[in-house]
Design a protein around this ligand. Structure first.
Ligand code: MG
Length: 103
């Protein structure tokens, strides 16, 4: 599934619940930061080795996946509300990075 298709599903989910009024760019950007905080909480105070060990546990990995999902959901919704084609934005950024950091 492509990112634009995922965005369509998210927007339909949101609009059917009448939540668009809450989804201003500022509120969505704040929500991205909060979800990144929740992701970081899972790694807080743990060493890289401890995290590597924890990631072998399915329950922990599911929790990490859930927070990554939350971050992406808000990012995709934010891009949609800002009328940004996220796939195009990512590809353009990769192209710029290739120029900036030649092999
Ligand atoms: Mg969360």
């Amino acid at each position: 599934m492509e990112l634009n298709q995922v965005t369509e599903i998210l927007i339909e989910f949101r609009d059917r619940r009448n939540w668009r009024k809450y989804h201003t760019p500022k509120n969505l950007a704040v929500s991205v930061a909060i979800e990144v905080g929740e992701l970081l909480e899972l790694f807080q105070w743990k060493s890289d080795a401890e995290i590597e060990e924890l990631l072998r546990d399915e329950n922990y990995r599911n929790r990490v996946g859930e927070e990554i999902g939350d971050v992406l959901i808000y990012l995709l919704t934010l891009a949609h509300e800002c009328d940004i084609d996220i796939e195009k934005a990512i590809m353009e950024k990769i192209r710029k990075n290739e120029e900036k950091y030649p092999v």
